[in-house]
Structure formats: C-alpha cells, structure tokens
Design a protein around this ligand. Sequence first.
Ligand code: RM4
Ligand code: NI
Length: 294
Amino acid sequence: MILPNIYFFADGGSMRILQSNDFFQSEQHAFCVFMLNKQMMENAHGHDFDEIVIVRDGSGFHIINDCVEFIYKGDFFFISVNDTHSYLSINNLSIINLLIHKEREFNFINNVERLLALLREAQGNLPLRDMTLSCNELLAITQQCEFISNKNDDKYDDIYFSATESAVLSILGTLCQNLYQKCDRQVFEHASRQYLINFLKHNYMHNVCWNQLCDESGIARRTMFRFIKDVTGFTPGQFQQVFRLMKAQELLRTTDKSISDIAINCGFANSSRLTESYNRQFRHTPTQERRICR
Ligand code: RM4
Ligand code: NI
C-alpha cells in the first residue's frame, strides 16, 4: 500500500508568525484575500491577523494546534491570532484565505467583529456539526473572492473600498447564514456524499463495514469506492490508515496516553502494529516522536 511520503515537520523548528505587512495591500486595508490553487504542505505557523479559510477544492489534513482534521472542498474554518496551524495536501488541496486585520477598521462596514465572533462560537461547537458550504454557497464565495483579487486598482479610493468591502461583508454573511440558518441545502446525492465525507471524518478509528456504509448512504459499493478515491486520492482502507497515523501522531504530541492506548484509540490492533506502521510512515517510532516533540 503506497502512502504519500507524509513529511511531518517534526524538526521542532521555530514557529513562523506571518505578518500583516507581508499580505495586506495597503495601510488602509482591513482585509486581504489570498487565494492559492495548490496549498502544498505548509509548515506550522501563526499570524498576527485572523484568518478565515475556505477549502476551494481537493482535500487534505489541517493540523491546528496539533489537532488533525480531514478537510474537504466546501469546508471552512476560523484561525485566530492565537492559533498555529499547517496543512498536508493529500489530493490537490486548494485554499482561499480571507485575512482580517486585528487593528484596522473597515472603511464602509461596521461590527465585522460580531460576525467573526459568530464564526468563532460555531467553531467552538464543531464536534456537533461540520462547517461545510453547499455547492452554491462555495461558488458565490469563490466569485466574491475572485472579484476582490482581480480589483487591483491603482488607487485605493472610496469606489474601490465600497466595492471590495461589500464583497467581504457578503462572504461573511454567507458563512454565518450557513451556520445559523438550518435549511436543506443539499439535494439528495450531495447529502449522501456529505454523509460519506462526515463518516470518514469521524470514524477513522473503527473497522468499517463498507457494505453496510453503502446501504446507509444509499450509494453502490463501486460508486462509493470511486467517490472516496476522487475525494481523498486513496482507497477507503488506505485513507483510514493515513488518518489513523495522523491521529496517532496528534495523540503522541498532545497527550500522555500510553502507546498501546493510542494504538487502540486510533484503530490499530496493538502497539506493535502501530509502531510498525508509524515507523514505515514517519521514519521514526512513536517513542522517538514523543522525544522529538518534547
Ligand atoms: C498560506 C497558508 C497560510 C496562510 C497564508 C496567508 O498559503 O494558507 O495558512 O496563513 O497563506
Ligand atoms: Ni495560516
């Protein structure tokens, strides 16, 4: 089973803090849209600004404050100044970043902080629900971000800021509506795909009966396997194995659990099976991982 060379920067290197001055286009900008078509592996970093991330396409792992999440097209999340995060793309991960300056006021919109607080609050309840946009919501936000990015006027006057800041407000409004206005956003086939994605996110540690999952999600086995391959770049079994290893690394770095407890928690039969897979994947053992990160 060929897994990607998961380069995990266990080098304990110093943490980079990205600076507003390197991203915001002028002193008057309270926002910045930063769109990357290929969010490759990004080392752990922090920022002196807040950051709203929208997964534009593809999938990968997002590691925030050492906690690993599987992220997929349409997911969105909030990174505050106190967070450190990094990415590991497993399938052409493409990200949109909406950066919000901590000190500067917007020229034409007030109370942006209230909308940001709604996003932060919803994220705090994340285990209850995943923050995922419908296709239409993602399309609308992507168009707004492209509009802002393409408006590179030579002078940042009232016309420029009224147009771009209303686009920012529209983006924040769409995200908040997604979170606080429950509606049947997904037509059936998307709902069953979303069901599968959520299942993958929350059941990495279980031995899955794929046939039963097909029945529950109303998708034929062949269709499901093809869908999971399209989404993650792996077969279901491979994906589970990668996710289990990422989660094992998280627990090694963030808890004092024993290696055998971590093995069981992450779906490995025992600690030697974990150690064998871990060593093959990360080129060091779980015990060495503990030593590296501490
Ligand atoms: C990088 C990466 C980081 C983000 C910066 C602005 O490509 O996505 O997470 O903070 O952009
Ligand atoms: Ni970042």
